[in-house]
Design a binder for this molecule. Structure first.
Ligand SMILES: Nc1ncnc2c1ncn2[C@@H]1O[C@H](COP(=O)(O)OP(=O)(O)OP(=O)(O)O)[C@@H](O)[C@H]1O
Ligand SMILES: [Mg+2]
Length: 308
């Protein structure tokens, strides 16, 4: 549904994006992740026709954003990373204004606004002033606004930013509901784990380059191929860790008491071989614990997160 091909851009002498490629399949919830200044908002502004790339191209449903921007705008709902300033109006007035701006004609406007308010559960607070709403509710209203022209693609810049855990769960439920309605959704964040339970695949950007690209479950291994496991022995004789060194894939072993922390590269077959080796050497294994593929830690390791 979205193809980003060889995107590059400079602001003056500063190269903000360099040869960025990724592809978002139709109907997917896709995470666009990177530390502050990585180039997420710049890429998003190009997707939604607010900025033209120096090089490369973006296709939305096969349509080039530079060549046919008006058609692309009809296909895309865009939520910027800041809310804007129409605060002395009610929820209904706010949505009616933007429905008009999107060209929803007067006869259909009330119906469209009601449908969007039902979907985003804003109906109960339809007469509340926008200025009196919580951050979570404003975020919901900002998403509602992107839905008024019934776009196929939603591009939400930092939608979970500043939300408390409950508001985040509600946001996730809304986004999943939108996916069920057939929308393709791109979410950006500077924190991988903020989105890892919402998205199916991600692109990780750092300093304008793609660092990793793929399914959330596989991205940890792509970023850091080495894994770890902890093995506990009932009795740990002197130098028993040497037994394990010959197992293919083992990189390092650290022993503390009856626990061995083993770093290895490869899949679960390495763990199976470690256990078989222990049994063969007469060692009793009481516990085997694969190290959690802790996305947050890996992400922090690979993106230095220096301000750019
Ligand atoms: N109009 C501009 N002129 C000059 N430099 C810019 C402009 N817009 C962005 N930049 C620079 O480009 C880099 C990428 O900015 P961008 O806003 O795309 O990052 P981001 O990944 O969205 O970061 P954040 O997580 O902070 O939102 C930053 O170094 C930023 O200072
Ligand atoms: Mg940004």
């Amino acid at each position: 549904m979205i193809r980003v091909e060889g995107l590059s851009h400079r602001f003056g002498a500063f190269e903000v994006l360099r040869d960025v490629w990724f592809h978002v399949p139709r109907g997917e919830i896709f995470g666009f992740i990177g530390p502050n200044g990585a180039g997420k908002t710049t890429t998003i502004r190009m997707m939604v026709t607010l900025l033209e790339p120096d090089d490369g191209r973006i296709l939305i449903d096969g349509i080039d954003v530079v060549e046919r921007p008006a058609e692309v705008r009809r296909l895309i709902g865009f939520m910027p990373d800041s809310f804007g300033v129409y605060e002395r109006v009610t929820v209904t007035e706010y949505l009616e204004f933007f429905a008009a701006a999107h060209g929803v004609h007067l006869g259909a406007r009330a119906r469209t606004v009601k449908a969007v308010m039902d979907l985003t559960e804003l109906g109960q607070i339809r007469d509340k002033l926008v200025s009196d709403m919580s951050k979570g509710m404003k975020q919901r209203l900002a998403i509602a606004r992107t839905l008024l022209h019934d776009p196929q693609v939603l591009v939400l810049d930092e939608p979970a930013n500043g939300l408390d855990p409950r508001a985040r769960i509600e946001m996730r439920q809304l986004i999943e509901e939108l996916q069920r309605l057939g929308k393709t959704i791109v979410l950006s964040s500077h924190i991988l784990t903020e989105l890892s339970d919402m998205v199916t695949s991600v692109v990780i950007l750092e300093r304008g380059r793609v660092l990793a690209n793929g399914l959330v479950g596989e991205i940890g291994r792509q970023l850091r191929p080495d894994r770890g496991a902890r093995i506990r022995l009932l009795h740990a004789p002197e130098n028993c860790e040497e037994v394990f060194r010959s197992v293919p894939g083992v990189l390092e072993i650290e022993r503390s008491g009856n626990d061995l922390a083993i770093g290895y590269s490869g899949g679960d077959e390495v763990i199976a071989a470690l256990v078989a080796k222990a049994v063969g050497a007469g060692l009793s294994v009481t516990r085997v614990e694969p190290e959690q593929n802790d996305l947050e830690r890996i992400f922090l390791e690979v993106t230095r997160g220096e301000l750019q």
